[in-house]
Design a protein around this ligand. Structure first.
Ligand code: FPP
Length: 254
């Protein structure tokens, strides 16, 4: 047996053991992840912030594959917010470059059953990035096990504002009347058809939502920890799921 083969077997057994700790009948359908703490992770090691983003992006792949093996159907990861343009140009450029590399990396799509989709306003991204996004979506379109939504140039307030504009235009043209505006209609006018998020994981010690999935998080459970995203492991993910399973979700009922 080759060394690589041996390691992948050990990894598979370790994953299976972790997954066996979880009640498969009570998994969150949709998990949101705010990949925070990359900058601090890098600074603590005397590295540029972009090095933290690079390790963070690699970690997203690890955690997504693990979550998919566990049976999680939807994952949304916050990769770039509408507010992140305020960062120094050097960091914004590094994030865009990383995104491009991530999308061009065929291994992202090979060997797993993860479909990739994007939420956010693509109109201001470069032609090259938009083409790679469309390519990743098309290449992974028939994967059925797990959908990974990458939030890029995404803001929850902007998403709702955009939906309101679409609906206002339909009212103006006489296509619908104001009485026909329902929660479902607003949901249908968001960036894409995305289920409500059951669990939001935010590492790195911050306790806020930061404009992430505002509409879809009405009844989300939250899981916070001090770990920076590049250090967030499969064990941490398993703990988050297991803590979620101990919660009593009442959705406003008793
Ligand atoms: C927050 O950490 C993280 C971001 C603003 C970007 C997250 C992006 C990635 C993990 C990489 C890009 C993703 C893909 C899929 C290519 P921070 O920079 O705010 O960290 P800090 O709070 O420690 O400063």
């Amino acid at each position: 047996m080759g060394v690589n083969c041996h390691f992948s077997l050990v990894k598979k057994r370790k994953n299976e053991k972790l997954i066996s700790e979880i009640d498969k009948s009570n998994l969150p359908n949709h998990v949101g992840i705010i990949m925070d703490g990359n900058g601090r992770w890098a600074r603590r090691r005397g590295l540029p912030r972009s090095a933290g983003h690079r390790v963070g992006a690699a970690n997203l792949k690890t955690i997504t594959e693990f979550a998919s093996d566990m049976g999680i159907r939807y994952i949304t990861a916050y990769a770039f917010s509408t507010e992140n343009w305020k960062r120094p140009k050097e960091e914004v450029d590094a994030l865009m470059q990383l995104l491009l590399e991530y999308l061009k990396d065929k291994k992202l799509l090979e060997g797993n059953q993860v479909r990739v989709k994007f939420i956010g306003d693509r109109s201001v991204l470069t032609d090259e990035i938009r083409a790679e996004m469309a390519n990743a979506e098309a290449e992974s379109a028939d994967r059925t096990r797990t959908t990974l939504f990458l939030a890029i140039n995404y803001g929850g307030q902007q998403e709702v504002t955009n939906a309101v504009k679409n609906i206002a235009n339909k009212v103006k043209s006489g296509e619908i009347s104001p009485d026909e505006i329902t929660e479902d209609l607003i949901g249908e006018n968001l960036y894409t058809d995305i289920p409500d998020v059951d669990l939001i994981i935010r590492p790195s010690g911050e306790l806020r939502l930061s404009n992430f999935l505002l509409w879809q998080s009405a009844y989300s459970e939250f899981w916070f920890s001090d770990i920076n995203w590049p250090d967030f492991t499969k064990e941490d993910f398993t703990r988050a799921i297991s803590d979620y399973q101990a919660r009593n979700r009442r959705f406003g009922g008793v």
